[in-house]
Design a protein around this ligand. Structure first.
Ligand SMILES: Cc1cc2nc3c(=O)[nH]c(=O)nc-3n(C[C@H](O)[C@H](O)[C@H](O)COP(=O)(O)O)c2cc1C
Length: 199
């Protein structure tokens, strides 16, 4: 699908048909995710693909029963590792020339070291962009998605054994719409969104 048509066609879909996502398409969507941008190329997004139907049911209970969690063919939990900047960071620049590596690696450490809020902000920024890549790639292949934050974060963290230093950004359901989204609820005008130079 053409890019702007894909952006316009992506909607938050709540009702899904009983139709699988092919393995090849799931892989293609995730390969697109890997090309999402991250500061210092730290690629700290982690996607939990929930294939265990019992876990899906439990996750649905932790998300106030939202039906798309069990109806959709796929559910991913977008997470991020806030400590990825310190986890063998040389691998993020493995193909760069030696002088670039020598410059970037100490910069990376001094940028993130001891800055918990920045580490968390960064995780949310990056996972948001990766989530959008996921949703647009899915739409381009003819699938539908719904991003979700309506769940009990602590319960979900326990259910998926979220490792220390990781955060949960959102759920995304993926599948084929059974019912289209309602008409768009209303977009605020560009004049409110776009500021020239200063607020
Ligand atoms: C971060 C985020 C969290 C959301 N959480 C939920 C949710 O828990 N349940 C739900 O039904 N929709 C959820 N939505 C979907 C929004 O309601 C939807 O994106 C918004 O109304 C705009 O509609 P559209 O995506 O179809 O353009 C969420 C969207 C975002 C971006």
């Amino acid at each position: 699908m053409e890019f702007f048509a894909t952006v316009a066609a992506r909607r938050a879909i709540k009702h899904y048909a009983d139709k699988p996502v092919t393995e090849a398409d799931f892989e293609r969507i995730m390969q697109a995710v890997l090309l999402s941008p991250t500061s210092y190329n730290i690629q700290h997004w982690r996607f939990v693909r929930v294939t265990d139907s019992q876990l899906r049911t439990e996750l649905q209970a932790a998300a106030w029963g939202q039906t798309q969690i069990t109806e959709a063919a796929e559910l991913v939990i977008v997470c991020a590792d806030t400590q990825a900047w310190s986890d063998n960071p040389q691998r993020y620049w493995a193909n760069a020339p030696a002088d670039v590596q020598a410059m970037m690696l100490p910069m990376l450490a001094s940028f993130y070291q001891g800055k918990g809020l920045l580490q968390r902000d960064e995780a949310m920024r990056s996972s948001g962009m990766a989530a959008q890549t996921f949703m647009l790639a899915a739409k381009a292949l003819g699938y539908d998605t719904c991003p979700m934050i309506g769940f009990d974060n602590e319960r979900v963290a326990e259910m998926v054994n979220l490792p220390a230093g990781h955060v949960i950004s959102m759920f995304i359901t993926l599948g084929s719409a059974d019912k289209p989204a309602n008409p768009r609820a209303g977009q605020i005008p560009l004049t409110e969104v776009l500021i020239e130079n200063r607020f």
